[in-house]
Design a protein around this ligand. Structure first.
Ligand SMILES: NC(=O)c1ccc[n+]([C@@H]2O[C@H](COP(=O)([O-])OP(=O)(O)OC[C@H]3O[C@@H](n4cnc5c(N)ncnc54)[C@H](O)[C@@H]3O)[C@@H](O)[C@H]2O)c1
Length: 271
């Protein structure tokens, strides 16, 4: 896997001596590390110094065997009877994720979504900061959000160079997203988080992740649909034995001939 190889060197720590130059992490592990990090920050804020693998797994919402395997990739095995040192683990995960440098990120497209993202003050504690805002609308240029002034998209190349930006967020409409991605890549950006609901074409050395709320909601919709279907199935199963019982009862009851629907049958057999 080539992820995070470019330019990200892990920090040093005596307890990380078993770790290779750079851990070759499975993509699924990379995706879980930020979850562990978030849980560890919460635990540290609550005053904890160590945490068992079960405790951390529960806080991060994963199973503990998977967590131990993930952390073993970082050369982190915890101490028997004590668990993991929270501060050390935070340091290790941040180091592997390359979050120690407080990365400068550019945001392109400062509309509704862009405003919300740029206005969010919580990124700093998660290892990166929005360092530049870019938009094509001249009416937005100069507006300040969180002390960062929106600059015109024509300045994209200069802005990327000025802040040594490797990661950019695209929050433009779909029709502009590919062109913006092309310009970002040409300017030297190697990771893109895309909010526009479209597939971007980029060279192999560029990582793209996309966030699509509609897709997430559609997945939840599927689960709702399935829950409703299985609830209907259960209801049908609950009715079926009643009908069977009722049929038997009806056979014995001369006056039950009219009891044809399950509801009526229920009424007939209910004392
Ligand atoms: N991923 C999600 O969950 C999610 C949720 C909502 C919206 N979106 C998507 O995010 C994008 C932005 O949505 P929005 O509601 O903020 O739209 P918006 O119209 O409010 O904002 C888009 C901004 O992009 C700017 N822009 C247009 N072309 C540009 C270009 N070539 N270069 C730079 N800036 C340019 C516009 O001037 C505008 O300020 C859309 O693609 C939308 O579909 C995604």
């Amino acid at each position: 896997m080539t992820h995070h190889r470019n330019g990200n060197q892990p920090g040093t720590s005596v307890r990380r001596s078993t770790m290779p130059d750079f851990p070759d992490l499975p993509e699924a592990t990379v995706a879980r590390l930020p979850e562990y990090l978030r849980a560890l920050h919460h635990l540290a804020e609550a005053g904890h110094e160590t945490i068992s693998s079960e405790g951390l797994a529960a806080a991060a919402g994963v199973n503990s065997a998977k967590l131990r395997k993930d952390l073993s990739h970082l050369g982190s095995y915890g101490t028997r009877g004590v668990g993991y040192d929270i501060e050390l683990l935070i340091e290790q995960i941040q180091s592997v994720l390359g979050l120690t440098a407080n990365r400068a990120v550019a945001l392109v497209g400062v509309g509704n979504l862009g405003h919300a993202l740029a206005g969010y003050a919580g990124f700093g504690t998660r290892g990166f900061r929005i360092a530049a805002l870019l938009d094509a609308d001249t009416r937005r240029v100069g507006e300040e959000i969180n002390n960062i002034a929106v600059r015109h998209i024509d300045e994209l190349e200069a802005v990327v160079a000025e802040h040594a930006i490797a990661i950019a967020v695209i929050a433009t409409p779909v029709h502009a997203a590919q062109e913006v991605a092309d310009r970002l890549v040409a300017a030297g950006v190697t990771s893109i988080l895309n909010f526009a609901p479209c597939v971007l074409t980029v060279p192999d050395n560029v990582d793209v992740r996309k966030v699509d709320l509609a897709i997430e909601l559609q997945i939840l919709s599927f689960h709702e649909h399935r829950k409703a279907a299985s609830a209907n199935g259960r209801a049908a199963l609950e009715v079926a034995p009643t009908v069977t019982t009722a049929k038997v009862a009806a056979a014995k009851l001369p006056s039950a001939k009219k009891a044809t629907s399950p509801a009526t049958i229920r009424a007939v057999i209910t004392p």
